[in-house]
Unconditional design. Structure first.
Length: 192
């Protein structure tokens, strides 16, 4: 019981930090403004890990690869801790399990990325009705518009109501259910 509670706390804290790192990467990739208070929060929160990594991993193609690597490292560390707390015999299993854990961390990071996009689309849709001039609206727009634009071409507004967020969330949910869930189950099977 205590182990489950500790695993929950570890997963929550590490996943929230990995989301912050992933958002930092995505917002730079999508050319969102970093003058926004939320962007400044993300930068301040993640600088202690990203800045040292930038010395070893420079940006390439205008992307902040150090942020993405940091997000993966956080997921990798989280999985190691969760396995240790759960009683997985890492000492007995040896270094041979590390590639599997590394792959599992990639799958978890992809899953978190899909959830980030789902959340951005949902919040963007809600804010467009409630408070379209919110300070976070430009960031949500930057995250959700690359997904909503193609959906709007296929599904135009009906009676003035934009149903593209619903279609995008449905597709993202299918991505989570089919390929990401299948990969995660395959990788997790190595640790049972």
């Amino acid at each position: 019981m205590i182990a489950n509670a500790l695993q929950f706390v570890i997963e929550t804290v590490f996943n929230l930090f990995a989301i912050a790192l992933l958002l930092r990467f995505l917002l730079q990739w999508l050319r969102a403004s970093f003058r926004n208070p939320f962007s400044q929060f993300l930068v301040s929160l993640t600088n202690f890990l990203v800045l040292p990594l930038r010395k070893a991993i420079p940006g390439l193609g205008g992307l902040d690869w150090a942020s993405l690597l940091a997000a993966w490292l956080v997921e990798f560390a989280m999985l190691l801790l969760v396995l240790l707390v759960g009683g997985f015999p890492l000492a007995i299993a040896g270094l041979g399990v590390l590639p599997g854990i590394a792959l599992w961390a990639v799958v978890k990071l992809v899953s978190l990325g899909v959830y980030v996009f789902m959340g951005a689309v949902l919040l963007q849709a809600l804010l467009s009705w409630v408070n379209p001039y919110s300070p976070i609206a430009p960031l949500l727009y930057a995250l959700s518009e690359p997904l909503l634009r193609p959906a709007r071409k296929v599904l135009p507004p009906i009676g003035g109501v934009d149903l593209s967020p619903l279609a995008v969330i449905l597709v993202l949910q299918l991505v989570l259910m089919v390929p990401v869930a299948w990969l995660e189950m395959a990788v997790m099977g190595m640790f049972r």
